[in-house]
Write a protein that binds this ligand. Structure first.
Ligand code: F0G
Length: 439
């Protein structure tokens, strides 16, 4: 059994003590601190600062150095144990501590960097790498965070997991909760989620409750329900465990590149948990001596759902919007992690920008031509890279990694060119069409 005792600091004295006593397989819950600048409060569990209502986060890993991490990773490469193979749990010394036999894993974040020559050319780049999180067990980047969130929720005795979702969080939660033997409940915005994602979530046995309102309304409600019941684990990205899992994408990218950071990592942004997680991962890797420098993070929003990109360009605080975009996964108007995201962008000289729905759909088609494919929200990353090239912010020779966040089968509801007329069932008719297409 791997077990490390962390020292506890209780901010709220008696409130969390009984629940903590029941945590099984966790040496001791690691202290969380408020992520708001200057607040300084600490807590042991939950997702909201007891003092200021901000989000909580874990401290950077301590007590381990670069050489030890590299040695451990070398040894794990020869191992066939699921926790050693997982692209999250093989970095477990850099995560909150839990017994390995309590880990709920589905082989997440085992993803190779791939080239995307047509995508790169379209964006005006000499080359670009793609990190396609659609290869995850439930088909999106959410799995990297969900394995950590659900493992800890199960260890602390939660009976059910809950999330608000535009569809990918719900599918990931449903898969991992099923694996853990927990119930799973989703609050889905009415009419705002792709049918494929709902079907996938139901297939893992979760209950889906359609909520009147949009994603932002559903998340507010989910946070209230989570706060009202200790038996329920809220696993949206306000959960600091989710962020710990998703930060491993940064480690995995660096590891594959011999710990050399790219110039840029470009990713779509909705609720902004993912950019917060990647920023934390890269910063921690640099502090541990694992990375040579920080890559610049570029977070790309859809123009109709871009309150963060607008705030970034104004140099001001976020003003929520009523979100609209064809990319339903990132149809979010009041991103909960925007302060964390801003801090991460400031730390790495990053930036936020918006691209139009047309650019997103065009990028999606181009990514398809590379044989990769992705859902619309994911394609915002390549569309963002192209916009940055056009502005002259990115140079043709820059070393760029685009994160594709979800699988092509996740969302087929986007307007594509109209289906052609049916063709007569004869060889001549079919060949006629094929030859015409070739021209
Ligand atoms: N890309 C995809 C495919 C997503 O599903 C999401 C978020 C994002 C990007 C944005 O990530 O919120 O961390 O900035 N999907 C959430 C969900 C909201 O419920 O599945 P973020």
């Amino acid at each position: 059994m791997e077990r490390t005792l962390a020292r506890l600091r209780c901010a709220e004295d008696d409130v969390s003590a009984p629940a903590n006593a029941a945590w099984r397989g966790v040496g001791a819950p690691a202290p969380l601190r408020c992520a708001e600048a200057g607040c300084g409060a600490t807590a042991i569990e939950g997702n909201t600062c007891p003092r200021c209502g901000g989000l909580l986060e874990f401290d950077a890993p301590q007590g381990i150095g670069r050489d030890a991490v590299l040695q451990i990773l070398r040894e794990r490469r020869a191992s066939s144990s699921p926790a050693d193979r997982s692209g999250v749990w093989r970095y477990r010394e850099l995560l909150p501590q839990i017994d390995v036999d309590r880990v709920v894993s589905l082989d997440e974040n085992e993803i190779p960097l791939q080239t995307a020559p047509r995508g790169a050319a379209w964006a005006g780049l000499d080359g670009a790498a793609v990190y396609h999180c659609g290869r995850n067990p439930s088909g999106s980047f959410k799995d990297a965070g969900m394995t950590v969130a659900v493992s800890f929720a199960a260890a602390r005795g939660s009976r059910a997991a809950l999330c608000a979702s535009t569809g990918n969080t719900s599918a990931a939660m449903a898969a991992y909760a099923a694996r853990a033997g927990m119930g799973a409940f989703v609050l889905a915005p009415a009419g705002g989620v792709s049918a494929a994602k709902i079907a996938q979530t139901l297939a893992y046995g979760a209950r889906v409750l359609t909520i009147e309102g949009d994603f932002d309304d559903a998340l507010t409600l989910a946070r209230d329900v989570g706060a009202a019941s200790r038996a329920v684990a809220l696993v949206n990205s306000v959960d600091p465990y989710r962020i710990e899992g998703q930060k491993c994408v940064a480690y995995a990218i660096l590891e594959q590149r011999g710990w050399r950071a790219p110039d840029w990592v470009v990713l779509p942004g909705g609720n902004l948990g993912n950019v917060s997680a990647l920023g934390k991962g890269f910063r921690e890797a640099l502090a541990l001596g694992l990375a040579d420098r920080l890559p610049r993070l570029a977070v790309v929003q859809a123009a109709g759902s871009a309150p963060f990109a607008q705030a970034w360009e104004r140099g001001d605080d976020l003003v929520p919007v009523k979100a609209q975009t064809v990319a339903s996964a990132i149809r979010i108007g009041n991103p909960v992690s925007w302060r964390k995201a801003r801090r991460e962008l400031q730390a790495c000289n990053g930036l936020a920008l918006a691209v139009s729905d047309d650019e997103i759909l065009e990028a999606r088609r181009v990514i398809g031509r590379d044989g990769l494919g992705c859902e619309p929200a994911s394609a915002a990353s390549l569309a963002g890279a192209r916009a940055l090239r056009r502005r002259g912010v990115m140079q043709p020779g820059d070393d760029v990694v685009c994160i594709l966040t979800g699988h092509v089968l996740k969302d087929s509801s986007v307007p594509e060119p109209a289906a052609p007329e049916p063709v007569a069932a004869t060889v001549d008719a079919v060949l006629g069409v094929m030859l015409k297409e070739k021209e």
